[in-house]
Design a protein around this ligand. Structure first.
Ligand code: B16
Ligand code: MG
Length: 217
C-alpha cells in the first residue's frame, strides 16, 4: 500500500536547470571551455562535482582535486546568486497542486534531491511546509543512480521503499528509485524516463487521481 511520496527537486518541483546552465556557462566562458545546452542536459540530477568532471571530460581537461573544489565553489556562488530570483510563482505547473493534495489526504512526503542548495530553493518557493523530511545533497554521500537519497527519505518517513513512490525527471534518478525497490514516476520524455513504472510528459498531468488509478492495490 502506498503511504509516502518522495520528490526530486530540480525538474519536478521547480526548474533550476536554467540557473545551473547559466552558472556553468559563465565559469566555462571564463575558463575557455566548450559548454552548451546539449552538454548541460547530461548534468540533470548529478552532483556538482560529477557535473564539473563531466564538463572537464568533455573538454579533455584534467585538473587536481584542489582546483576542482575551487571551480565548483566558484560556480556555486554564481548559482546561489541566481536562486535569489526564485519566487513562489516558480513551481512547475502541477507541482504545487499535487503537493497540496497529498497534504490534504495525509500522505507522508519527502524531498530527495542531489542538490546542496535544496533548502534555499524550498525557502524561495515557500515550499518547506509541504515536506515532512528534506533529503538533499548533504544527507548522503552516494549519488544517484545509488538509491541512498531515497532510502534516507523513506527511513526518515518510517516507511519501506515499496510503500513509497519516487518522482524523478532524470534517467539516473529513475535508476536510483528502481535500484532501491521504490515505485517510480518519470517526468519527461520516453527516451529519458521511459523506464519508470509510470511516465508523464510534465507535472501538470501527474495528478493524484492519475497516480492513485495506476498504483491502486
Ligand atoms: P547543487 P535534483 C540536481 O538537482 C540538479 O538537477 C543537478 O543539475 C545539480 O548538479 C545537482 O542537483 C547538484 O546541485 O550544485 O545545488 O548541489 O534534480 O537532484 O533536485
Ligand atoms: Mg531532477
Amino acid at each position: 500500500m502506498i503511504k509516502g511520496f518522495i520528490f526530486d527537486l530540480d525538474g519536478v518541483i521547480t526548474d533550476t536547470a536554467e540557473q545551473h546552465f547559466l552558472a556553468w556557462k559563465k565559469l566555462s566562458d571564463e575558463m575557455g571551455w566548450e559548454f552548451d545546452r546539449e552538454v548541460n542536459e547530461n548534468l540533470r540530477g548529478i552532483s556538482r562535482m560529477d557535473s564539473l568532471r563531466f564538463i572537464l571530460d568533455h573538454n579533455e581537461i584534467s585538473l587536481d582535486d584542489e582546483t576542482l573544489v575551487e571551480l565548483a565553489t566558484k560556480k556555486n556562488v554564481v548559482y546561489q546568486d541566481l536562486l535569489n530570483d526564485i519566487t513562489p510563482e516558480d513551481f512547475l505547473p502541477g507541482a504545487k497542486e499535487i503537493l497540496t493534495h497529498l497534504r490534504t489526504e495525509g500522505f507522508h512526503v519527502a524531498l530527495g534531491s542531489s542538490s546542496k542548495n535544496a533548502q534555499k530553493v524550498l525557502e524561495q518557493l515557500s515550499a518547506t511546509g509541504y515536506f515532512d523530511v528534506v533529503g538533499d545533497g548533504h544527507s548522503v554521500t552516494k549519488s544517484k543512480p545509488n538509491p541512498a537519497i531515497f532510502l534516507f527519505g523513506a527511513e526518515k518517513l518510517g516507511l519501506q521503499p515499496e510503500e513509497c513512490i519516487v518522482f524523478e525527471d532524470a534517467e539516473k534518478g529513475i535508476d536510483a528509485a528502481k535500484n532501491g525497490g521504490f515505485y517510480s514516476v518519470g517526468i519527461g520524455p520516453y527516451e529519458r524516463v521511459g523506464h519508470a513504472h509510470l511516465r508523464f510528459d510534465t507535472m501538470a498531468e501527474a495528478t493524484l487521481f492519475e497516480i492513485k488509478s495506476y498504483f491502486k492495490d
